[in-house]
Write a protein that binds this ligand. Sequence first.
Ligand SMILES: [Zn+2]
Length: 219
Amino acid sequence: MKKVLKKVSFVILLLQLCIVFGQESAIQKRIVIDVGHGGKNSGAIGVNGIMEKEVVLKIGSEISVLNKMIFKGRYDIYLTRDDDRFIQLSDRSRLAKSLKADLFVSLHCNASANNSRGIEVYTLNYFSKDSELNIKESIALGMEVLDEANLKLKIENRGMKFANFQVLREIIPHCPTLLLETGFLTNEDEGNYFLIPEKIRGMALAIFKGIDNYLKSRL
Ligand SMILES: [Zn+2]
């Protein structure tokens, strides 16, 4: 009798686990964080030789760590690269589509010949039947990220912008898609800002919170 009870309670435990994991996977959103540039493509080079490919890798890795360590795996997060390697833009889009991403956020840093500063966020610059809804959602997502960076980190908000970048064009028919220019590496303050690990964590947290605010507003 004792043995039977043990078996029954083991089956019940298994069922409960299935329910918990089933619910988790049903509601967990899949986010592709696209870590820009890499390998032979360093991206922008700023003050003190700071390289865009290194800054965005640090921010992307930190987003992944925050998700696991602080937010207990709230989202299913994929990075398009987690080391210093070159990846074609078309492969980044292909990954997002094959993973059936719910959101795609591409990380970049800016450069300019003058002393520009601040964060700006891009989504696609033309509406079509396939893209209209996801462009509207991308704007809502972008506003949340800009607010977090501006209000919490005091980084100048350069606003939502629109462009025909390849990853935006290829992925937006599938899910809300942003390209973030997180700051200007050519600006002395912002270039030096990204040399400090706590500031990298702050930027990662602002992006994560922006995404989290957006997704919660859509529940
Ligand atoms: Zn870039």
